[in-house]
Design a protein around this ligand. Sequence first.
Ligand SMILES: NC(=O)c1ccc[n+]([C@@H]2O[C@H](COP(=O)([O-])OP(=O)(O)OC[C@H]3O[C@@H](n4cnc5c(N)ncnc54)[C@H](OP(=O)(O)O)[C@@H]3O)[C@@H](O)[C@H]2O)c1
Length: 322
Amino acid sequence: MIFRQCGQSSLRLPALSLGFWHNFGSVDDFQTSRDMMLGAFEAGICHFDLANNYGPVPGSAEETFGRILHTDLSTHRDEMLISTKAGHDMWQGVYGTGSSRKNLIASCDQSLKRMGLDYVDIFYSHRYDGVTPIEETMQALVDIVRSGKALYVGISKYPAPLQQQCYDYLKAHDVPCLVSQYRASMFVQSAQENFDVAKRNGSGIVCFSPLAQGLLTNKYLNGIPADSRAAKPSGFLKTEQVTAERIEAARQLNKIAKERGQSLAQMALAWLLHDERVTSVIIGTSSVAQLNDNLMTLDKLTFSDEELAAINLILQKKDLTM
Ligand SMILES: NC(=O)c1ccc[n+]([C@@H]2O[C@H](COP(=O)([O-])OP(=O)(O)OC[C@H]3O[C@@H](n4cnc5c(N)ncnc54)[C@H](OP(=O)(O)O)[C@@H]3O)[C@@H](O)[C@H]2O)c1
């Protein structure tokens, strides 16, 4: 595994992290989830990205993670970086969503219980909810660290001006923001300003949905397979997002990937890691074969100027952005 320094901290993250948004819920096959988590850890992916609401059902991904951790990896806790988040819809009632102090602190306690942990390594505010003052959310993060329930804190998806306010508040309270999460892929390049703000403030950058939920792989090149995220009722990728324009772009990108001796997924991951601002890319997989495919990304991270220009030409086409 390749490790990268996480912002201005002593902590290093693996270039690839494993995400639990899909494929680790109570609706999924436990043995496959277990094989993927153990395979990832074996390959050096020691950073696991969770959130209170991951499932379905919400909370069940944390339960699956805790079950595997305690059954198979209990002696390895200190080799792992375990992240969780709060902010999206989780439990009934007005306090079960958003970025209030009430939601974050209760949620952190619930997540620790579900995973059977005393503390998480990184606790994130999952989103800006449009209502809660930044100071309230950030003070909740500070207090979670002070109470020993998290070692570090992070923010996810905050728009740039608010992102800066988060960094300023956290820094002033001696709990610097370790890491910032943004959606980023060849089809989603809207977080460039967020990357710059994070870098200027010494926060590491973690990218999520790096394969555009599967569109930047060979999965949809010949239609929507039954075992795909787009076809599953619980999948976040909608069939209407699998457009002719994106599939045509994926076909053209796939040609370049083949010339590089890579799968499209490997090239799309390498393309993100080529950006020196990026600390880690969180992959989501539904099989061990996908995990192994993605791990081979690390064999070739460099691009020639000609390859980058050819990729950019494809990505400039209309209607690709998600
Ligand atoms: N902070 C946030 O708000 C936020 C939001 C979203 C995600 N995240 C984090 O980021 C993680 C990754 O997001 P994501 O799951 O959307 O990532 P992604 O890599 O864009 O999509 C993963 C999906 O792509 C397909 N895939 C992966 N590798 C493949 C391969 N080698 N060949 C063919 N298909 C492949 C699989 O689809 P199939 O299932 O169809 O096989 C897999 O489920 C999440 O688990 C979560 O931890 C964070």
